[in-house]
Design a protein around this ligand. Structure first.
Ligand code: ZN
Ligand code: ZN
Length: 361
């Protein structure tokens, strides 16, 4: 039984004292507290070592009889134990019920699923219907192991590709900054060089030409800066086009995902996946069995005073004469046409349904 909410929130006050050995952080500043998600009772690290090193043992906190294992002790992430517990439960449920929106028929069905999941989490957090909820959850987990695994893998892949994209974008931004800085430097150097050029020409030339030289120098600078502006514009357009194609590519890969059968009634509104029918073995005669006759079976010999002597007659056998062939042909001719009903066939032919029919014997 998990501790009630009051006992959880009250324990925030004596945070600094281990409830087991009563030593406090005041005397031992290096003291670390650990919790076990079994009952969320907090105790210091040395107590955990002392009590649970020899194997599983009962929780030393008075009134709590949970059996705890050392391996499951961990540091507390949130200050409020209630929050810590809720986050743990939420994480566990989300790992099992990890259906994705694209697996549902409609947005509405997905919303219903999200609501159902919140309800399950709330039940577990507040201790309502715990046994039934846990049972449902476990049954769902065992029935949908494959889909759960696939979705987990998908999530991991998405997370890592997001990380990749982030670093990629950071790298691009760094390159852009560097290019801008270099450009600024170049521009400054060009202006200085231009000015120096004008000055030296002014110094060398006649006083009468001064105005012309100054005007020319100004014109050269203007031309350079306008050329630079158009170049910048061109680069900007190219980058925008590149970004667009990138995002389109990302969208295309997101749709591609593994599908599988889903037959649990626990979650409603999941898309039905049609499994293709297994291919039948190839039948070259289209259902017709060779050597099978509908109205008779061929026997090895038929008593006949006329045919029997032939079996011993070497003059007949020498030429390769085979009685079997004779039986087969004779019987076929005798029975041919027994399965044909001309009036029916004619009626069918005169009606619109004139299907070509393979003649069967
Ligand atoms: Zn302690
Ligand atoms: Zn406990």
């Amino acid at each position: 039984m998990p501790p009630s909410r009051e006992s959880i929130s009250n324990r925030g006050d004596d945070d600094e004292v281990c409830p087991v050995c009563k030593s406090s952080r005041y005397l031992n500043p290096d003291m670390r507290f650990l919790i076990n998600p079994e009952c969320y009772h907090k105790m210091c690290e040395s107590c955990v070592d002392r009590i649970f090193s020899g194997g599983p043992a009962n929780c030393p906190v008075a009134g709590c009889h949970k059996t705890l294992r050392k391996a499951r002790f961990r540091k507390q992430t949130f200050e409020d134990i209630g929050v810590e517990r809720e986050v743990d439960i939420r994480r566990r449920v989300m790992q099992v019920l990890n259906r994705r929106e694209e697996e549902f028929d409609s947005k509405r069905a997905y919303d219903d699923f999200l609501e159902q999941r919140e309800e399950i989490i709330a039940n577990l957090v507040h201790g309502t219907d715990v046994a039934k909820t846990e049972g449902d959850l476990q049954r769902y987990a065992s029935e949908n192991m494959r889909s759960i695994r696939a979705n987990q893998a998908l999530e991991a892949r998405e997370a890592s590709s997001f990380q990749e994209q982030q670093t990629h974008e950071q790298e691009l931004a760094r390159l852009r900054r560097q290019a801008a800085r270099e450009e600024y430097e170049n521009e400054r150097r060009e202006i200085l060089a231009g000015r120096e050029d004008v000055l030296s020409r002014l110094a060398a030339g006649k006083p009468a030409d001064a105005a012309t030289i100054a005007r020319e120098g100004h014109k050269v600078l203007l031309k350079k800066s306008s050329a630079r502006r158009s170049e910048e514009e061109r680069i900007r357009q190219k980058q925008a086009a590149l970004r667009n194609s990138d995002s389109r590519k990302a969208g295309a890969t997101a749709v591609d995902r593994t599908t599988e059968s889903r037959d649990s009634g626990f979650i409603k509104g999941l898309k039905r996946i049609k499994t293709p029918e297994p291919e039948k073995p190839y039948d070259p005669f289209g259902g017709l069995v060779p050597n099978k006759r509908d109205y008779y079976t061929l026997r090895d010999s038929y008593p006949s005073s006329y045919l029997d002597p032939i079996r011993q007659d070497t003059r007949m056998q020498a030429g390769g004469y085979n009685l079997q062939e004779y039986y087969s042909r004779t019987l076929m001719e005798a029975f041919a046409g027994l399965g044909c009903f001309v009036d029916e066939e004619v009626a069918r032919r005169d009606g619109a349904i004139s299907k070509p029919n393979a003649t069967e014997v």
